[in-house]
Design a binder for this molecule. Sequence first.
Ligand code: NDP
Length: 450
Amino acid sequence: MNAYIEKVLEEIRNKNNVEKEFIQAVEEVLATIEPVIDRHPEYENIALLERMTEPERLITFRVPYVNDEGKTIVHRGYRVQFSSLIGPYKGGLRFHKSVNQGIMKFLGFEQIFKNALTGLPIGGGKGGSDFDPKGKSDNEIMRFCQSFMTELQRHIGQDVDVPAGDIGVGEREIGYLFGQYKRIKDAYEGGVLTGKGLSYGGSLARKEATGFGLVYFMREMLKANGNQSLEGKTVTISGSGNVAIYACQKALEFGAKVVAMSDSNGCIYDKNGIDLDLVKQIKEVERGRIREYLRVHSDAEYFEQTSDDVPIWNIKTDIALPCATQNEINLNSAKKLIENGVIAIGEGANMPCLKDATDYFLANNVLVAPAKASNAGGVATSAIEMSQNSMRYYLTFEEVDKMLENIMKNIFNSCKTAAEQYNLGNNYVAGANIASFTKLAKAMQAQGIV
Ligand code: NDP
C-alpha cells in the first residue's frame, strides 16, 4: 500500500482505537483511492488525508428528559460537524440504543463523500443519541426531542448545519425538533431541518427519496452491465423502515418481485410477493413488528434473526438491497447470496457490507452499488427541500422526483467514469470514492490550510 496512506491509517487506528466503525469506514475509502494518492504525492505535505479524516468539530451533550412514570432519564447527544468544505454541514440524526461516538464519526465521514457526489453544495455531518424511541409514548418522544434540541440549537442553522432524519428519526421526531427550534429562536427558519412534514415546509418526495434513489441507481447499474432491467427480477430487502419501504415501492413499479423484508427481530418471506400496503400499515401506522405480516398472509414464512445469522440473506434472490443498518452482510452471508445466484447488491443502508463481503462480491462479478452513491438520493432531496424553503416556493411531486432521478443518473455516471479512468472496470465502490475524493481534494487545496 502507498506509504502515505499506510502512515495515516496507522495514526487513525492509534488515535481512535475504540471507534471500530469509524476506522472501518476510513480504511475502506483510503484503500480505494490509492491510485489517486499515487498520482498526487503533494497531498502528503499539506496533510490532506489527515485533515479529511479529522472532524472539524465534535459536540457531545447531556439530554435529560422525564418519562411517563415521572422518572428522569439521561441520554447522550452528539453532533459531528465533519466537513464544511463544500457547503453547510448536512446529515441525519440517529436515535438508536447502539449510537456511540465511533458510529457518529463513521456516518459523518461517509456523509462528506456522499454529499459531494450529489453535485449539490452540502458539507458533511451527523448526529443522534443513544435514546431508543421504540416502545416510547408520543409524549416521551416529544419531551426527549425538545430536550435534545434545547442544546443542539446552539450549533445549527440553515447556513451552518442542517440535520435530517435517520434510523429512529422520522417525520414525527423532525416535527418535535423543529417546533422546539422555532420556539427558542423565535423565528421560522425553514431550512434548518429537512424531512419536515408537508404542512410546515417539507418537500414532496423527500420521504420516498432514499428508497426511490437506490432503485434508480440500481436500474442505471444494471443497464450499463448487459442491458438488464429490474423487470421480473426477484428482490430481497432488509429493514422495513423509511428506506426499505420506498425501495420496495419503486422496485415493484419497475416490475420486480420483492419476496422478503425484515426488522431487527427477523424476516418475512412471501413467495407470492410482498404485500407492501400491509407492511406500510404495520410499520408506518401501527409501529408494529414485521412478524405481524403473517396474521394476514398465513402462508408467508417468518425467520427469527440471531446474533450470528441474518436469515434474509439465506433466501434465493437476484438482487439484494440491504436497507437496515451497518455491517448487516458479512462474508458468510455474501457467500450464501452468491451460492443462491445473486447478481447485484444495492446498498440502501450506510456501510451495510463488511469489507471482506464487498471484496468477495466484486471478486465474483456481483455488481455492488455503494451506499455513498446509491443512497445519496435522500440527502440530495433534502438539499432540494432547503432550496424550496429559501425560495418560499413548493415544487410538485413529479418535479422533485424527476430531479432525483436525474441526480441518481449523474451520480451513477460519475462513479462509472471515475472507475473507467483508473481502469477499475465496473468497481463502482472505488469509482464512488475516487469521484468524491477528487472533488473534495480540489476544494481543500483551493481553500488553503484550514
Ligand atoms: P428506519 O428507522 O426508518 O428503519 C430502520 C430499519 O432497519 C427498521 O426496520 C429496523 O428494525 C431495521 N434495523 C435497524 N437496526 C437494525 C439492526 N441492528 N439489525 C437489524 N435491523 C435493524 O431507518 P431508515 O430506513 O431511515 O434508515 C435505514 C438505513 O438507511 C440506515 O443505515 C440509514 O443510515 C440509511 N440511510 C437513511 C436515509 C434516510 O433518508 N432515511 C438516507 C441515507 C441512508 P427495527 O424496527 O426492529 O429496529
